[in-house]
Design a protein around this ligand. Structure first.
Ligand code: PHE
Length: 344
């Protein structure tokens, strides 16, 4: 047995660095365990002669005490480090919360609805799975009208006299409103609609509409024009002009297609308006007397107008997004473009 053996263990103990409780236990085993370095020195001590016993007895005992104290100290330091980590955590800056943003379709729907609310319209909603009666029959669609065809309509239960289907427009909500409310009626009906169309930049099998209905005594086409003009100016700016082109819908007579002056080139002609200076935004017309009668409204006393527009179409014009598919792909890079479009 030599002095250096003891000194070597002392310096090893001093150099000891641990980070975890498991490492403290490892160090204890290394020095004080059954096969530990200090235990080994004690074993050896038993075999040495008297002189050596006198020389090494006290320092060996000191060493063992020091080792035990060191291990204890290390064990306590681990608890302290843990406590310190908690304190540091508390002072750390918080994780940034990523705020969601509203979908562009929701933003525009809200904008359209808010404009009509200002004019005194209520909001009405109805089921997306509808029956043939509310989507077609009550709206004066002749029995063999092509829109009832499987080409356009997703049927849920075909072959039934009044089959269930996915509504192809929210005009069905207007029918339900006429059935349940008393005249005068002034409603807008926002909602999701479905058509069996090939998906492309300009068409999708799911899209959104806001349709409107106004019925009272003496409502005329002039009222319709004025309502649409006011809407267009609120939506696209005070300089906006509108024009109406004759059209056809089974549920309105006369019917028209509405264009607004192109808000990009201000009528000069650009690639958004394809050089015409005009952009198509909606269909409209005077409610056909057959439709009023089908819902029990006296068409000799009351008249009304209706209109309907695609929300994605308006959103495309507002933000010059020229591919409809962007609205349905949930690509965050696209959706985040709109995160400042409304204040949260
Ligand atoms: N329902 C029609 C469509 O979906 C739009 C429309 C509504 C047209 C009201 C005229 C009057 O295309």
């Amino acid at each position: 047995m030599k002095r250096e053996d003891i000194e070597k263990v002392i310096s090893e103990l001093e150099a000891l660095k641990v980070k975890t409780a498991a490492e403290v236990e490892e160090a204890r085993v290394r020095f004080l365990g059954k096969k530990g370095e200090i235990t080994a020195l004690f074993e050896e001590f038993r075999t040495v002669d008297k002189d050596a016993k006198r020389e090494f007895g006290a320092p060996l005992n000191e060493l063992k005490k020091a080792a035990m104290a060191k291990i204890e100290e290390l064990r306590e330091s681990i608890v302290e480090i843990a406590a310190e980590t908690v304190r540091e955590d508390l002072s750390m800056p918080g994780y940034p919360l990523s705020l969601g943003s509203r979908h562009p379709v929701s933003i525009v729907r809200q904008e359209i609805v808010d404009i009509f609310r200002k004019f005194g319209y209520d909001v009405a909603e109805g089921p997306e799975i509808e029956d043939d009666y509310h989507v077609f029959e009550a709206l004066n669609f002749p029995p063999n009208h092509p829109a009832r065809d499987m080409q356009d309509t997703f049927f849920v239960s075909a072959g039934h006299p009044n089959p269930l289907l996915l509504r192809t427009h929210t005009s069905s909500v207007q029918v339900r409103t006429m059935e349940t409310q008393k005249v005068p009626i002034r409603v807008v009906c926002p909602g999701r609609v479905f058509r069996n169309e090939a998906i492309s930049a300009r068409a999708h099998c799911i899209f959104h509409q806001v349709e409107g209905l106004y019925i009272d005594e003496g409502v005329t086409f002039a009222d319709l024009k004025q309502a649409i003009l006011l809407f267009a100016r609120e939506m696209f700016g005070p300089e906006t002009q509108i024009r109406m082109r004759p059209s056809f819908f089974p549920f309105t007579e006369p019917s028209a297609e509405v264009d607004v002056s192109c808000n990009i080139c201000h009528g000069k002609g650009c690639n958004i308006c394809k050089g015409t200076g005009w952009l198509e935004i909606m269909g409209c017309g005077m409610v056909d007397p057959n439709v009023l009668e089908a819902s029990g409204i006296d068409s000799t006393k009351y008249s009304g107008f209706a209109f309907g527009m695609g929300i994605e179409r308006i959103a495309m014009l507002k933000w010059q997004v020229n591919d409809l598919r962007h609205y349905f792909e949930n690509d965050l890079r696209f959706l985040r473009e709109f995160s400042t479009a409304v204040e949260v």
